[in-house]
Design a protein around this ligand. Structure first.
Ligand code: ZN
Length: 209
């Protein structure tokens, strides 16, 4: 019931103050997260919960299948605010295996408006079809497409003027590609973090984007 959510909230707030009388005062006065999380909207992949981060410690942007379109005003505004104002040091792109958005991008069916949103994943699917076809079964192909989608969003993040400018200014800013497993709750890293334009160019070459 919806009333239970409000009741739980009251209990939660009371518990925080019991543990630390200054908890909300501190949070109210200062937002200085070190991390920007770009993840999927899937209810099973909540950024704070699976990384053990508290309120105030991670700035979060989530959408269906953790995509970043070149003209996505919402995602790009979040990115700019996080990098230029909050001055985060890490950008984490975290997808997950079994992602419904990735499945929808690969099943060849029509789903309405969401197909436009998922277009970058459909393009990836086509581009990597020869590699994916070598994998043993449909599950393995979808898992790999989930990983490729994370790698593509990492690439898109590194191609933005916001991130390029931060690197040109000599700022420490690392972009990480992660995939979360719904079955075991474990996050896997998809390779070295990207910390400058050289790494970004290598990622671009790998994905052919
Ligand atoms: Zn998902």
């Amino acid at each position: 019931m919806i009333e239970e959510l409000l009741a739980h909230n009251k209990e939660w707030a009371a518990q925080r103050v019991l543990e630390d009388p200054n908890y909300f005062k501190r949070l109210k006065d200062l937002q200085s997260p070190r991390y920007l999380w770009i993840g999927c909207s899937d209810s099973r992949v909540p950024a704070n919960v699976i990384t053990g981060l508290q309120p105030g410690e991670v700035f979060v942007h989530r959408n269906v299948a953790n995509v970043l379109h070149p003209g996505d005003l919402n995602g790009l505004s979040v990115l700019q605010y996080a990098v230029e104002v909050l001055r985060v040091e890490h950008i984490i792109v975290c997808g997950h295996y079994g992602c419904g958005g990735v499945v929808a991008a690969a099943d060849g069916l029509r789903h309405g408006l969401i197909d436009h949103w998922l277009r970058p994943i459909m393009d990836l699917h086509e581009r990597f079809e020869p590699d994916l076809a070598k994998l043993p079964d449909a599950r393995a192909r979808l898992d790999r497409l989930c990983e490729l989608n994370v790698e593509q969003t990492v690439m898109r993040v590194t191609q933005t003027p916001v991130v390029e400018d931060a690197w040109l200014a000599g700022r420490m800013l690392a972009v990480h590609g992660w995939v979360y497993g719904l079955e075991d709750g474990i996050i896997r890293s998809l390779g070295p973090s990207i910390t400058g334009t050289t790494g970004a160019a290598e990622q671009r070459e790998k994905l052919g984007g």
